[in-house]
Write a protein that binds this ligand. Structure first.
Ligand code: SF4
Length: 539
């Protein structure tokens, strides 16, 4: 088996752009690199075995999520137990904001904060030369005295086109049979949300908060992915694909569309994310036509004025509503998450959120709590107020309002399987709506069976959303009732609701799976679908 210089390890819910970009940077420097998938603690022994067998000079751990940080430490420990003596470096958000906590783990040699493309190459060249480490920006390590040293980061590079593009190996995932590929066209965000780990990551170094690749560079990469890898669905993982001024968004995305046409790219679907304040009437419909925009994750986050303010969203509930109305009116599938719980949520705020969900009964939504990610303004506020609890990588807080706290506890229990599992009904419903939109996007309106199937899917989404709102409403009503003061009544009601949500959810899920099967069959037998998949003429 080939012995690469570096192996980068990370989650692979989709193709991991971080590990692939670092592998590309190492290869561009004339060294060898590979990537390895690591999706959970249960995989640690197997992944460690695979890496140890290849014995790379460096293992890079992509520690993007605090809730998974211990699993990566476990992986490093498993590697050492197998006798791996190479260098283990942790990167990503966690390593950037919690270097001391990461380096408390003996098996990990260094952390590399911020963007790692240049630092990882410098580190690879200096693995045995610790005297060179102080010159590597954002590198952290334990000194001979045991104290952690972390070099200051370099300013953020503006010339993103100069960064190597992620390596693309193996076959692409498929959605309804169409190859799907994630990519990035910018880094950072113009928002300043108080809970946001991403904007914190970009704020902690000198330089602009938002940087862009050029439209030409993006179009060239997409054309390669289209022609050489068969990609038909392009998912932009930019924090915001849209700019603060809609006219600039139109100009930039039109330039990408023109670049695609010039390179012979046929019909595609584009998925992106946007803040509500970046959307104006007419923009989405235009981008649907020009670029193939078909799905937009809209950052709604909260429907209550107080919640939006506490989260630092910088938008109003009406702006939220206008953004979703634009999606609906202009044929782009909008979907969103809500952070209905934040440290100072009240029962009234939760009721506002329920009303917001009622206003868009056709749009799949998931809801949860704003977590206090390390280094974020929310985390600092809670810490200053003495409300933050930390243990290792974990951070936690208690909601200040007793009634909201009760609702949070009940929601966490009752909705655990539906809302918080990756394959729970809430996430499945979002994917379900997305697949329906893919059919609408690529098939002619008159395609046999399409209209009827879409009607059935729409009806089931309405039913699932109504069921979710009904259960949430019952919890809110219970919290206002005298019974809420009785712990036994709380436990009994929570148990009853959890049972209803899970049993009812299983039945809804079965119907959803049946309809997904029908959508797949419709795509499979459609001539129009095969045309989308066909190579461009002359290729
Ligand atoms: S809009 Fe999204 S990415 Fe930007 S700061 Fe807010 S939460 Fe973060």
């Amino acid at each position: 088996m080939e012995r690469p210089d570096a192996i980068f390890v990370g989650a692979e819910l989709e193709d991991n752009l971080s590990t692939r970009t670092l592998a590309a940077a190492v290869r561009a420097a004339g060294r060898t690199a590979a990537t390895e998938r690591f999706d959970g603690a249960a995989d640690a022994a197997r992944v460690a075995g695979r890496i140890a067998a290849r014995d790379p000079a460096l293992v890079g751990l992509s520690m993007a999520f605090q809730h998974r940080a211990d699993e990566f430490v476990g992986l490093a420990t498993a590697l050492r137990a197998l006798g791996y003596r190479g260098h283990i470096c942790a990167g990503g958000h966690v390593a950037t904001v919690m270097p001391e906590t990461v380096l408390a783990a003996e098996p990990i040699d260094t952390v590399l904060g911020h963007e790692g493309e240049e630092g990882i190459v410098a580190l690879l060249r200096a693995l045995d030369d610790r005297a060179a480490w102080p010159a590597i920006p954002a590198l952290g390590w334990r000194g001979d005295d045991g104290a952690v040293r972390v070099n200051p980061p370099a300013p953020a590079r503006r010339d993103l086109d100069a960064f190597p593009l992620p390596v693309r190996e193996g076959t692409l995932r498929r959605h309804l049979g169409l190859p799907f590929v994630p990519l990035w066209g910018s880094r950072g965000c113009y928002g300043a949300c108080r809970f946001c780990a991403i904007s914190t990551f970009h704020r902690l170094r000198p330089g602009p908060r938002l940087r862009f690749r050029s439209p030409e560079s993006i179009a060239a990469e997409m054309a390669t992915l289209y022609h050489d890898h068969g990609a038909r669905i392009f998912c932009f993982h930019d924090e915001t694909m849209f700019l603060p001024r809609p006219a600039r968004t139109r100009e930039r995305l039109d330039a990408i569309a023109a670049g695609l046409r010039a390179r012979g790219v046929g019909r595609i679907a584009v998925v992106g994310k946007a803040r509500p304040d970046g959307i104006e009437p007419g923009l989405l419909g235009h981008l649907r036509e020009s670029l193939g925009l078909m799905r937009l994750y809209v950052g709604i986050e909260n429907w209550s004025a107080a919640g939006l303010e506490h989260l630092g969203r910088g938008v109003t509930a009406e702006q939220n509503a206008r953004a979703l109305e634009a999606c609906r009116a202009e044929g782009v599938y909008g979907c969103y998450n809500l952070l209905i719980f934040e440290p100072d949520t009240t029962l009234e705020d939760l009721e506002d959120n329920l009303r917001g969900m009622e206003r868009f009964p056709d749009i799949p939504v998931n809801f949860c709590r704003a977590e206090a990610y390390a280094g974020t303004p929310l985390w600092h506020d809670l810490r200053r107020a003495g409300r933050l609890r930390t243990e290792g990588f974990a951070t936690d807080y208690t909601l200040s309002d007793p009634k909201a706290r009760l609702v949070f506890r009940m929601v966490r229990e009752a909705f655990r399987d539906r809302n918080f599992a990756a394959d729970g009904l809430a996430n499945m419903t979002m994917s379900f709506g997305y697949e329906r939109q893919l059919l609408r996007h690529f098939l002619p309106a008159g395609e046999r069976g399409l209209a009827e199937l879409v009607r059935e899917v729409d009806a089931l989404i309405l039913e699932i959303n109504a069921d979710t709102r009904d259960k949430l409403a019952r919890i809110l009503r219970f919290a206002r009732s005298p019974a809420a003061a009785d712990p036994a009544a709380v436990a009994a009601t929570t148990f009853e609701l959890a049972t209803e949500i899970n049993v009812g959810g299983a039945a809804l899920q079965e119907r959803l799976i049946d309809l997904r099967r029908e959508m797949n069959l419709l795509a499979e037998r459609s001539g129009a679908w095969r045309e989308v998949l066909a190579p461009a003429p002359g290729r």
